[in-house]
Design a protein around this ligand. Structure first.
Ligand code: PMP
Length: 446
């Protein structure tokens, strides 16, 4: 036994060294890290070997997924995302530079005025102590009412867990519902945290790439071909960050049906639901017991700094997530929960109009400067391709930053090096200024 184990460790070292070398080659060629076709071919070889030598396929493929994830980890160096540009922009600002922020999704407007009153009420109301891990009961009750009314479904406080931002609910759902070696499907381009959370928990991500030509719509066939006995979850995010896409209802119905047929969890990140322009339908409306919907006060109520969001799911799922939250943080700050509860009373429709008008404006300007993109159905971003030979979104974003404009490089959202993401989260005057800087640089580059 010792000999076999030590031999396996030596082979792991050889495999890791090869992965590092391949990583360097991919970087020099400007290629993405994951090659789905290559992985599929190797997976087939592993499965065929299993049947030849009489080894249980699911154990072997889980081990195989571990090896693939290790390769991804050693190759994932220096990938730039919207957050790395944001941090660079912040440090330039500290040195006195003026930067226009069109790289992050943070509304510039203030939270609803009721939030200010609520902050003053916390002390007298006595929201000062430890609380229930799932959240303050009355807050969960109000959230359940809010969700049921808004998304045409029936949920109770037992279906809600409060978290410090939707990000934490996403991490909790992935970490508690899946096991190392399980597979999770992500439709790219996508917000990078889904993939990073999975990698952190030893879960193998299977990417479905979508394209501008297909209007960012995945095909059912693509998804169906990716599902195997290890597939446990599919992540949906509509309206989408970064593309602004809302799926046509029929396609969303079919994807959900496919997920139900294969007994997959559906993690639907719906934090941009307030900013959907076209017909958008919550996954909650399918009443599927294995769906988890994440929501947040960050975008709808411009409360990014408060770090508050929540997940909606079946009681059993909430129970699992609650155990994990208890382990990590006891409970979400009660003062912040109280403030968010009061924020629910505010009418945020003005925010919706503001964001939509800004997005329309940015899209108009982007069209004028010849950028290639699908008109967003919602969210707060334009995800555009720059049709110039050899265009590299990361180099470009770093160059543009030196001219006082921060935008997000496409590679942060998947294998989209020749794309950039432009956020429409500032007032119109600033956005116009930012788009003019972009336009000048683009025409210099022609
Ligand atoms: N999901 C998506 C798609 C996002 O874009 C973001 C933040 N930009 C989040 C979740 C995280 O939201 P929160 O601030 O509630 O953690």
């Amino acid at each position: 036994m010792d000999e076999v184990t030590l031999e396996m460790i030596k082979m792991l070292k050889t495999r890791t060294d090869i992965a590092k070398n391949i990583g360097e080659i991919k970087k020099n060629l400007g290629r993405g890290i994951t090659d789905e076709l290559r992985e599929t071919n190797l997976r087939e070889k592993v499965i065929s070997l299993c049947s030849n030598i009489g080894l249980e396929e699911s154990i072997a493929t889980k081990f195989f997924n571990f090896l693939l994830n290790e390769s991804i980890k050693v190759q994932s160096t220096n990938k730039q995302t919207h957050l790395s540009i944001f941090l660079k922009a912040k440090s330039l600002e500290q040195q006195g530079e003026k930067i226009i922020h069109m790289e992050v999704g943070e509304p510039d407007f203030l939270p609803p005025p009721i939030v200010k009153d609520a902050l003053g009420e916390i002390f007298d109301k006595g929201y000062l102590k430890y609380g229930q891990v799932r959240g303050i009961p009355i807050f969960r009750e109000r959230l359940a009412q809010h969700v049921s009314k808004k998304f045409d479904c029936k949920v109770t406080e037992e279906n809600i867990i409060v978290s410090p931002g939707a990000r934490f609910s996403i991490f909790t759902a992935i970490t508690t519902l899946l096991n190392p070696g399980d597979e999770m499907i992500i439709i790219e381009p996508a917000w990078p945290a889904y993939k990073d959370c999975a990698l952190n928990s030893g879960i193998k991500v299977r990417i479905i790439n979508t394209s501008i030509e297909e209007k960012w719509e995945p095909s059912l066939e693509q998804i169906e071909n990716t599902i195997n006995s290890n597939t446990k979850m599919i992540v949906l995010n509509y309206p989408n960050n970064p593309t602004g896409k809302v799926l046509p209802e029929k396609l969303q119905d079919s994807i959900t049906e496919l997920a139900i047929k294969n007994n997959l969890y559906v993690l639907s990140d719906e934090i941009y639901s307030e900013y959907a322009k076209n017909n958008w339908k919550s996954i909650l409306s399918y009443d599927y017991e294995k769906s988890i919907v994440t929501q947040s006060f960050s975008k709808s109520h411009a409360m990014t700094g408060f770090r508050i969001g929540y997940a909606i799911a079946n009681e059993k799922i909430i129970e699992k997530m609650a155990k994990f939250e208890a382990l990590c943080m006891t409970n979400v700050s009660e003062p912040i929960q109280y403030v968010a509860m009061r924020a629910l009373e505010a009418d945020t429709s003005k925010n919706t109009n503001t964001v939509q008008n800004r997005l329309d404006m940015v899209a108009r300007k982007a069209k004028e400067m010849g950028l290639d993109f699908v008109i967003p159905d919602g969210a707060m971003y334009v995800f555009a391709r720059v049709n110039q030979a050899g265009f590299d979104g990361t180099k470009f974003a770093n160059g543009v930053l030196e001219k006082g404009l921060a935008i997000a490089p496409g590679e942060g959202f998947g294998d989209y090096k020749n794309f950039i993401r432009i956020s429409a989260c500032q007032n119109e005057k600033i956005l116009i200024e930012g788009m003019n800087i972009l336009s000048n640089i683009m025409s210099e580059k022609q």
